[in-house]
Write a protein that binds this ligand. Structure first.
Ligand SMILES: Nc1ncnc2c1ncn2[C@@H]1O[C@H](COP(=O)(O)OP(=O)(O)OP(=O)(O)O)[C@@H](O)[C@H]1O
Ligand SMILES: [Mg+2]
Length: 423
């Protein structure tokens, strides 16, 4: 470790970027762990920058150790900012403990008091996204975040998860909406639900929303759609949940070309970390293309023969389109419907070669009440066991381990790749 090269990590002046129309930081969740109240104020003041208007930021005490303690029991946000007053030789070890409790997709910015280029390089090599020397201006923090999430080279942040029913009415939409709710409430990640069932979609109904605009405006705008337009079309259904609702009208037919949704989904991926696609039970060029291109597919099926046949056909088609991907995920819904003979979930999953990630019992009272009230299951009954299943599915589809803090993706990695690097 050398103190002989007091080279300030390069920070670009944001003025030119603002003049040419600044890009906004997407809807990420940021948690900062500071050691000094001035640093907490500095981080909070970053929120006043208009480029941060969509991001959700909270500040906490305790520096790196505070963060480690918090994330032993809680899922990590998109971005963690940690302040450290440790001497340079102790910083990598301390960050290693943080890496052990961090999800692989979480990025880390370190605020340090030591101006040391070797430390800077070591941290960047280990996967730390930026090291900012204090005292700094709030602009420096905003610029570092903008560089990570809103620059030309920034990787899209949004993970797309497509839910599709093996048979009409199997519950794909209900599961999709409740899983999005679980992701938003327990992971505190911003979720966008895109209702692709234009004539009959229920996302609006299920969240008791009837916005005048939605996904149809975006798709019909074709090449003209951009992030600003999408922001206008989205409706906020709850904390961390936005909807692009289906028009649910029959005054015209809704026929689309294979790639008509591509651009809209790509733009969504630049601005929201989790995108839940509620795909209708249909087989046409654009549903097939959507299944071919999403990050994660979840088939929702009832445990009967027709669902089994359809799920098998879906899986075969998916395998042919995505030969290198892991097994498709399966949720068995409406188990133990009174008097109905059923195929066991494990038998169902093994015969369609799927990864069984959730089983939900039939509960007409609970699901019926939620549907008729325009509420999620957790709102109708916060203690219902199914909420745990929705949460586990949410953890799985967002690439997280079910038990927070235990055996996370980055825990086995040691320096120099502590934190997963992203392009
Ligand atoms: N586990 C369950 N127990 C009882 N009712 C359920 C359960 N899951 C879903 N439902 C109900 O089943 C009906 C159909 O659900 P949903 O609309 O989610 O299915 P879908 O597969 O998306 O249908 P579609 O084919 O129209 O897209 C809804 O009324 C919903 O409330
Ligand atoms: Mg549906």
């Amino acid at each position: 470790m050398s103190f002989l090269t007091p080279e300030q990590p390069k920070i670009e002046e944001p003025a030119a970027e603002i003049a040419s129309g600044a890009r906004l930081v997407p809807r990420i969740t940021i948690q900062a762990f500071c050691e000094n109240s001035q640093t907490a104020q500095l981080v909070e003041s970053a929120l006043h920058d208009r480029r941060m208007s969509k991001a959700a930021l909270t500040t906490h005490n305790g520096g790196i150790e505070g963060a480690v303690e918090t994330y032993k029991a809680n899922p990590t946000p998109n971005l963690i900012i940690v302040e450290t007053g440790l001497p340079p030789e102790e910083i990598p070890g301390s960050l290693e403990r943080l890496a052990e409790v961090c999800d692989a997709s979480t990025r880390v910015i370190v605020l340090g008091h030591v101006n040391d280029v070797l430390l800077y390089r070591e941290l960047i090599r280990s996967g730390i996204s930026e090291y900012i020397v204090l005292p700094a201006k709030s602009q420096d923090i905003v610029t570092a975040i903008t560089e990570l999430y809103a620059s030309d080279g920034a990787a899209p942040i949004g993970r797309t998860i497509g839910f599709v029913s093996a048979k009409g009415g199997a519950g794909g939409s209900t599961v999709a909406h409740n899983v999005a709710w679980a992701i938003a409430t327990s992971l505190r990640q911003d979720c966008l639900i895109v209702d692709m069932d234009f004539p009959f979609g229920t996302a609006g109904l299920n969240f008791n929303q009837d916005p005048p605009h939605g996904i149809a405006d975006a798709v019909l705008a074709n090449q003209k759609v951009d992030q600003t337009m999408l922001d206008r079309l989205m409706s906020k259904a709850a904390n961390h949940i936005n909807l692009l609702t289906a028009p649910a009208t029959l005054d015209r037919t809704w026929d689309f070309e294979e790639r008509d949704f591509e651009q809209v989904i790509e733009i969504c991926q630049k601005s929201v970390p989790v995108i839940v696609l509620d795909i209708p039970h249909a087989w046409n060029a654009w549903t097939r293309q959507t299944l071919a291109s999403v990050d994660e597919i979840v088939i929702v099926a009832e445990p009967d023969l027709a669902n089994l046949r359809n799920a098998k056909n879906l899986v075969d088609a998916i395998k042919a389109m995505r030969p290198t991907e892991n097994a498709t995920s399966l949720v068995i819904n409406k188990q133990a419907l009174p008097r109905r003979p059923e195929i066991s979930a494990s038998e169902f999953a093994s015969s369609v070669e799927c990864n069984l990630i959730g089983q939900l019992g039939f509960d007409a009272q609970l699901f019926g009440t939620a549907a008729n009230n325009g509420q999620m299951i957790a709102e109708v009954s916060s203690n219902a066991k199914v909420n745990e299943v929705f949460r586990a599915i949410g953890m799985h589809v967002t690439g997280r381990q079910a038990t927070a803090g235990a055996g996370r993706a980055s825990s086995l990695l040691k320096l120099p790749t502590l934190f997963k690097k992203r392009a």
